[in-house]
Design a protein around this ligand. Sequence first.
Ligand code: PLP
Length: 395
Amino acid sequence: MQLSHRITHLTGGGSDGWDVFYRARRMKAEGVPVAELTIGEHDIRTHASILAAMDASAKGGHTGYAMVPGVASLRETVAKRIEAQTGVPTTADNVLITPGGQAALFAAHAATCNSGDTALYLDPYYATYPGTIRGVGAIAKAVQTHAEDAFQPRAADIDAAAEGAVSLLINSPNNPTGVVYSRETLEGIAEVCKTRDLWLISDEVYDTQVWEGEHISPRALPGMAERTLIVGSMSKSHAMTGSRCGWIVGPEKVINHLINLATHTTYGVPGFIQDAADFALNAGAELEAEVAAPFRRRRQLAKEILAGQNTLGLVPAQGAMYLMLDVRATGMSGEEFANALLDTHHIAVMPGESFGKAAAGHIRVAMTIADEAFAQALQTLCTFAAERANTVAAQ
Ligand code: PLP
């Protein structure tokens, strides 16, 4: 019996540069104390007040099937949030609640791509992007961004790749680079989407983690609300990664079709999780700032540590929970650097190569361990890089 091409070709095959991550996990399991600066998950857990809301809802009986599009009050809360961010009138009918941002990414591509259609995404990229596109039977086509542009995408490059494409997936604040797209960048992207008649799938799961500049959703730009699907999530903004609660916001017509898709796939999100999400979103900006605070602090610590050296280049760390560092002065690839750092100092970071071609020669450092340990690991990383660079210079 055969397995479908769609499922067997979902991932690109090969290690995809994730060897370092799995090696670090094995070392940890063997009892080696590894400083893990790898994946994007908070070191703090979901806030007690959110858990109390979840508990009250579950004990109050909200444990049966919930409404497939999402419970009415959460849909309204999300609609109000997006309207406040974008200035575009938004109602509950524009919102589908999904089991996390990942399910929303899949649904957005399912809604916009036929089998064999080309869907664009930007390199470097969040690890699941090409597989998500392939998972709906579409062809994933990467558009490179460039270190010399601080990874702000060039509209001309997207335009050059757009012939025959149906959609473009973007992510700002960006994982893995930590870059926040400027208004100019987003306006350029919007123009290409309009002239090339592309859907814009805008992954905004890091919208509450902006350290510099402002978060602009392309839904706010002229003529874009009708062709933009926003992907949002409670995972990063409220440290609710395990709760699996996110959303898509877009034109009502698309949402209506996506409700059918949800009926035939996920059958919605648990009601007590949605009630907790509703509580959390209504708790307001203060709670979001509290969840984001450790990353804001560690980014500041990192800037101070990195100011004292000149081997590693910091890609502008404007948002999200990551730092991207240029390690090319060490003469090593990102993968070589990450492996050597793990072997020598038991510090695990992600090679830039794990996120595509554009971030080769870089590493991604997740700011996801306690401040003191983070600062110490980064200091060690800097010393290690300087030693390697000196060795190269002496050769
Ligand atoms: N999008 C980006 C850019 C991410 O980094 C992640 C998780 O790391 C997700 C989407 C998926 O998040 P979730 O499914 O937990 O909402």
